[in-house]
Each structure stands twice: as C-alpha cells, then as structure tokens.
Design a protein around this ligand. Structure first.
Ligand SMILES: [Zn+2]
Length: 193
C-alpha cells in the first residue's frame, strides 16, 4: 500500500471539487479519513484471516461496493448541509465515494502484496495494474520510520503527489478561465457600446 499520507492527500484533494459554500476543512478531513479507512483491514492479520480471503487485507474494504456503502453512510450521518438528496448533497456523496475508491486504485499500482478485490463480493479476483511503479509501504508504523521508507515516499512523490499537483493546477486554471470568460460575455439584450 502507499502510505497513509498519500492516501489522505488524494482523498483531501478531492475537496477542491466540492460545491460552493461547503465548509472546506471539515470536508477535507472527512475525505482524508475515508481514503485511509480501507487499511483498517490490517486487523485481519491479527485475527488470522488469510490475506487472500474476501475479508483479508486488500479485500472487501478495498472494494468499490465498500466505498459506495461508506459514502452513503457518511452522506446520511455527516453531511447535514446541503440538504439531503439535493444535487450538491449527491455531489458530496460522489466525492466521498471517489475518496474511498481512490484507495484501491492507488494500491493497485504498488509493487508487492496481493492485488485489490475491487469487485468483492461479486468476484474474489485480486487485481493489479500492468504497470506498478509505487513501492509498497510496510503496515508496521515502527518499520515505516526506518530508512527504507524514504524510497517509498519518494516513489509516491513522483507517481502520486506531483501528478496530483499538476491535475489540481489545471483544474483551478480551468475554473479561473471559465469565470473570466463568463464575466466578459455581454449580457443578453444589452448591446456593447
Ligand atoms: Zn490499502
């Protein structure tokens, strides 16, 4: 898995696309938690659940169905405003789903362990991408702070952080351009002098 920093960063970054008027920092925090949450399944190791089983590491908690369930629960329990079932509320639920799904999508690009059970419980297949440039981080927090982790972090900076920064920059530039061109558009019925 990539580190929790990277999962959280990707989840939190999705808040940039939230509807206007939604308190950003609360949303950032919520999306970060949702993006990190699937790795709570490491508890499976201490419960002697084999890695390859549907409830093992990278199993159901990394599936798209799990992301959908979590996003709906968060939507119902946490997002009081905008009003439930309105368009902006669904937009927040969709962002929460993307934050949850992003976890497995990133894990599938790591270079060790088993693949991701995206379609559990409908299929137990474990899926990896052909290209897996992200180095796998250890689940042991003590081992993480040892030297080898710098290489792991570097692969995440290169393959996740920098592309994310580029996508965010393009997104904000696009929004700015959109606003600018809208302001300059003449109001219908009024002729330009
Ligand atoms: Zn994971």
């Amino acid at each position: 898995m990539p580190t929790a920093f990277t999962h959280g960063l990707v989840g939190g970054a999705l808040a940039q696309a939230a509807p206007v008027g939604v308190p950003r920092w609360k949303l950032v925090l919520m999306l970060m938690i949702v993006a990190i949450l699937p790795d709570a399944d490491v508890i499976a190791f201490s419960l002697d659940i084999p890695y390859s089983r549907p409830l093992g590491h990278r199993g159901f908690s990394h599936s798209l169905l799990f992301a959908l369930i979590v996003s709906l629960l968060v939507g119902l329990a946490v997002f009081r405003r905008p009003a439930r079932f309105t368009r902006p509320w669904w937009a927040l639920v969709a962002l929460t789903f993307l934050a949850g799904a992003s976890h497995g999508l990133l894990d599938a690009a790591t270079d060790a362990g088993l693949g991701i059970g995206f379609f559990i419980p409908f299929s137990e297949a474990r899926i990896f991408y052909e290209l897996r440039p992200i180095r796998t981080a250890t689940v042991d927090p003590i081992a993480f702070f040892q030297r080898r982790s710098l290489g792991v972090l570097w692969s995440e900076v290169l393959w996740v952080w920098l592309p994310l920064l580029a996508v965010s920059a393009v997104y904000h530039l696009g929004r700015l351009l959109f606003r600018f061109t809208r302001k300059r558009r003449p109001v219908r019925g009024k002729l330009a002098p």
